[in-house]
Design a protein around this ligand. Structure first.
Ligand code: HEM
Length: 684
């Protein structure tokens, strides 16, 4: 029985196949177990692309089909171009080959597909297998360099694939020393393909069923607490969940050991950040926390670290202490403004530490214009996060934060999947208002950072070495180390400006949100306040305020700091990392460019590690009167992971320690829940 594949005249020639492609492709059809039939597609002068082959296989009701689509391989389709028309698994396979060889690949290769159920996924598996067995690369090189003559397959040819189930390559004639090159190159590629093959066999992690095109769009949480929605997914699918939303891959991790294994131990391939148009839209392009993993990020991080590593943060302790004392005085005067004053305390500390700016009053006027200290809640994953900006027009700031609050995961996905959305006019229904507000945020951000840096630099130039601010220290260091090369110096200054901006912004909302959580916890747990005071009375006594020198002795206060970080996570999903290579986790294949989202909140509220997780209980970190080294330490999670771990954590923990110890020591404060209209405590 003979089958010929005659393409109807009306059928368009594949747009992927180049006119000059040698058309010596063939199609082998296997009918039943033993009857082999063949068709030489060259007769039709219609070379098949792999997609054509797939279509044919898909359309023909054979038990098993083997397709050898050879000569259209090279110089026909750059693999990238075929991305949108390929079944995803096949595209991935090409993608992998491309990554490993880092060479332009024009490979459309031999495939074999027992069409069980006639699905492409079956095809993909066979495809990888056969790449290894068939030495496909040899054939490709040979046909390109013309040093190997392909022998047209025929049933009588013993080397021909048609005559055996093993599908060996057709026989070839070699010329001169190219043999050695070909053999070694082939072995190299075989190794690569073998590796790919082993990867391809691993399944993706479990997750909800993906719909065509949109993937898991409807599984992506739209609620304000995505970390809770993600935990629900994990309860269904396990601690490792894979989602794809509009073509973007996402891996959710909900188990402490998996998170540490993947993001800490393998941080060399999991420290990238995904690009999002939101970053520049919101004026955060300067923020190295969102920069991709690479030299520019590294230079920023290095300069930041020089100012905040554990060996130097003690130089900011006096500022942290004096700002805390100022906070206590103000709290005594205005006890009902507690929340506003907490923000004031941490924001003024940051401004002083970074720019050497003094603000002594909640309403402050500076000579250069009217500035109002304003507090507005800003987007924070915990919903309770806030930021404080030191800026001119109060109305604009409010507008900005209204805009930022609108940045939900859905908006993020839409912008990332359809970047053109950012260029839509601001009157566009639905998204226009958001775009307007976010663009105001950007302008203010850029203005603020440039202005504060320039003013601090001017002050640093006239001032003396008394000023320990981050900007001054960075500028001094630059003056000593930067070469006379003007461009290099300019670049270093840009980095210094960025670093100062990040230090100011990143250190305010995170720390005061944690402190706010602490106040809420204290209002709910008077017994914790009592225990803390007993310790403070014993160690510090009634005649002075706590100091950093008391830190090691104040075990219960340290446990409160840990419990505050655990109980109220300011970044419950951290900042997602991106993989830069294909890898695997617990037998699952994790493709490159997957956003890895650690559900820190889920870990910190997992009853397996923290019994009664909703209860604020510092004792869970104490054993035999000492901090329990065996307990899962929230600091190892709340500050992120690997090479991206929060570089401001030592500064943050010091600030939290001194604020918490000082507030609790003063017996004049009793932190209680707010009262409702009838005078009953409101249980938050
Ligand atoms: C309680 C306070 C804080 C918490 C809970 C916190 C948490 C985090 C987290 C979860 C990350 C993401 C890490 C990752 O990608 O895995 C991060 C990054 C970062 N944090 Fe913090 N942070 C706090 C305070 C601070 C402070 C005080 C500063 C500055 C002085 C700061 C500066 C940064 C910077 C610059 C990054 C970006 C690091 C990078 O991408 O390389 N943070 N923080």
């Amino acid at each position: 029985m003979r089958y010929g594949i005659h393409r109807p005249a009306s059928e368009k020639k594949s747009k992927y196949v180049h006119e000059k492609t040698p058309a010596d492709c063939m199609l082998m059809l296997r009918w039943g177990d033993s009857r082999l039939q063949q068709c030489d597609a060259k007769a039709d002068k219609a070379p098949l692309s792999i997609m054509d082959a797939c279509t044919i296989m898909h359309q023909h009701p054979y038990d098993e089909v083997k397709v050898t689509a050879r000569a259209m391989c090279m110089n026909t389709i750059p693999w990238q171009n075929s991305r949108h028309s390929m079944p995803t698994p096949m595209y991935r396979a090409y993608d992998q080959v491309h990554r490993v060889t880092s060479a332009p690949l024009y490979v459309h290769r031999v495939t074999s597909a027992p069409l069980v159920g006639r699905t492409y996924s079956r095809l993909q598996v066979e495809f990888s297998t056969r790449l290894v067995r068939l030495h496909a690369p040899l054939w490709l090189i040979a046909s390109q360099s013309n040093t190997v003559t392909p022998v047209r397959p025929s049933r009588s040819d013993p080397t021909c694939a048609l005559n055996s189930d093993t599908d060996d390559m057709p026989s070839v004639e070699y010329h001169g020393c190219t043999i050695a090159c070909i053999i070694s190159f082939t072995s190299f590629l075989c190794l690569i393909f073998a590796k790919l093959h082993s990867r391809a066999e691993k399944p993706l992690p479990p997750g909800p069923r993906r719909s065509p095109l949109i993937g898991n769009l409807f599984n992506a949480p739209r609620a304000r607490k995505p970390w809770v929605a993600f935990r629900h997914l994990m309860q269904t699918y396990g601690d490792i969940v894979y989602l794809e939303v509009l073509g973007r891959r996402m891996l959710l991790l909900g188990n402490p050991s998996d998170i540490l294994e993947f993001l800490d131990k393998r941080s060399s391939i999991t420290s990238d950040r995904a690009y999002s148009p939101l970053i520049s839209l919101a004026g955060q392009a300067y923020n190295f926390g969102f920069m991709p993993y690479g030299q520019w990020w590294r230079r920023h991080r290095r300069m930041f670290w020089q100012q905040f590593h554990p060996g130097v943060v003690s130089r900011y302790w006096p500022i942290q202490k004096s700002r805390t004392h100022d906070f206590l005085v103000k709290l005594l005067e205005q006890p009902t403004s507690c929340q506003k004053l907490i923000r004031y305390c941490f924001s003024t500390t940051a401004l002083k530490v970074v720019y050497n700016v003094d603000i002594d009053d909640v309403q402050d006027t500076r000579p250069s214009g009217k500035y109002t200290f304003v507090n507005y809640p800003v987007i924070s994953q915990a919903g309770g996060g806030c930021t404080t900006l030191w800026s001119d027009p109060l109305g604009i700031i409010e507008e900005i934060f209204v805009g930022l609050r609108e940045v939900t995961i859905s908006v993020q996905f839409i912008l990332e999947s359809f970047p053109f959305v950012q260029h839509l006019p601001t009157w566009t229904p639905g998204i226009g208002k958001f775009l307007k507000q976010i663009s105001r945020s950007r302008i203010t951000n850029e203005h603020l950072i440039a202005r504060e840096f320039n003013e601090a630099r001017a002050r640093a130039e006239i001032n003396d070495a008394e000023d320990p601010s981050v900007v001054t220290l960075m500028l001094h260091r630059l003056a000593q180390t930067t070469s006379s090369d003007g461009d290099a110096r300019d670049e270093e200054e840009v980095i210094a400006k960025d670093v100062a901006g990040v230090a100011m912004e990143a250190s305010t909302d995170t720390t005061f949100s944690t402190a706010e959580g602490f106040f809420v916890a204290m209002s709910l747990h008077p017994e914790v306040q009592q225990k803390a005071r007993a310790e403070l009375d014993l160690i510090v006594g009634p005649h002075r305020l706590p100091d950093f020198s008391d830190r090691d002795s104040l075990v219960y206060i340290n446990a409160i700091v840990k419990e505050s970080l655990r109980w109220h996570n300011v970044l419950p999903l951290g900042i997602s990392h991106n993989t830069t290579e294909d890898t695997e986790l617990h037998g699952y294949h994790i493709p490159a460019s997957t956003a890895v989202v650690p559900n820190i909140w889920a870990c910190m509220h997992d009853p397996r590690f923290y019994p009664e997780p909703e209860r604020f209980n510092p004792d869970r970190f104490i054993r035999d009167g000492q901090l329990d080294r065996g307990a899962l330490d929230p600091s190892d999670f709340a500050f992120g992971f690997g090479r991206r771990i929060c570089p401001g954590r030592h500064f943050a923990e010091a600030g939290l320690f001194i604020a918490i110890a000082s507030v609790l020591l003063l017996h004049v404060f009793e932190i209680v829940p707010p009262l409702d209209e009838d005078g009953r405590p409101v249980n938050t």
